[in-house]
Design a protein around this ligand. Structure first.
Ligand SMILES: C[S@@+](CC[C@H](N)C(=O)[O-])C[C@H]1O[C@@H](n2cnc3c(N)ncnc32)[C@H](O)[C@@H]1O
Length: 174
């Protein structure tokens, strides 16, 4: 099975952080991913991965915040754009029956809102795994399945983003 972890970070969620079937992607080079890339424009050809794990950033960071020092400043609008663009790319780089495990914390954007932005992916099941009273937020794991093709990944990109991602014809070595 080919597994894509597209927000690998320090791979804390993995039992085996060097899983032989996984490709670890992160935008931050300092986390030593297998591939440094932005999930909104993944350097993979179409239909490669059968499983995706995605633990995207979920917190709105003001430019002065401590988190912004590590991850950059981020508004709710940036989060929504990243979710939309990444869902389109994940649709493109996955196989027909692919599944996607999403981890989400609803500190700033509600889970339902996020799932609605993920055109091309249907939630199957999931549950809340933790609640933080201090920040009044909950963390969820949700399993999604790729929708049956009613449209091509290119059409999906146009529908969701109003443009192509520019990587549709890239042919890297994966
Ligand atoms: C919540 S952390 C993931 C933690 C990771 N699952 C772990 O177990 O350590 C989110 C990660 O996504 C990365 N990230 C943020 N935006 C990204 C993007 N557009 N493309 C790729 N990675 C991104 C961040 O650098 C960060 O490492």
């Amino acid at each position: 099975m080919r597994i894509l972890d597209c927000s690998a970070g320090h791979r804390a969620i993995w039992f085996n952080r060097l899983h032989p079937e996984a490709v670890y992607v992160d935008i931050r080079e300092e986390t030593s991913p297998s591939v440094v890339a932005d999930t909104k424009a993944l350097p993979f050809r179409e239909g490669v991965f059968e499983m995706v794990v995605w633990d995207p950033p979920h917190v709105v960071n003001g430019p002065e915040s401590r988190m912004a020092e590590y991850y950059g400043a981020q508004r709710a609008e940036d989060i929504r754009r990243m979710i939309k663009g990444t869902a389109v790319e994940l649709y493109r780089v996955t196989t027909e029956n692919a599944v996607l495990a999403l981890k989400w914390n609803d500190h700033d954007v509600r889970l339902e809102r996020i799932l609605k932005l993920m055109e091309g992916w249907s939630p199957l099941f999931g549950h809340r795994v933790a609640s933080r009273m201090k920040h009044r937020s909950s963390t969820y794991w949700v399993m999604l399945k790729k929708r049956a093709p009613g449209y091509s990944s290119k059409q999906l990109a146009f529908k969701m983003l109003g443009q192509g991602t520019g990587f549709e014809s890239a042919k890297p070595d994966w």
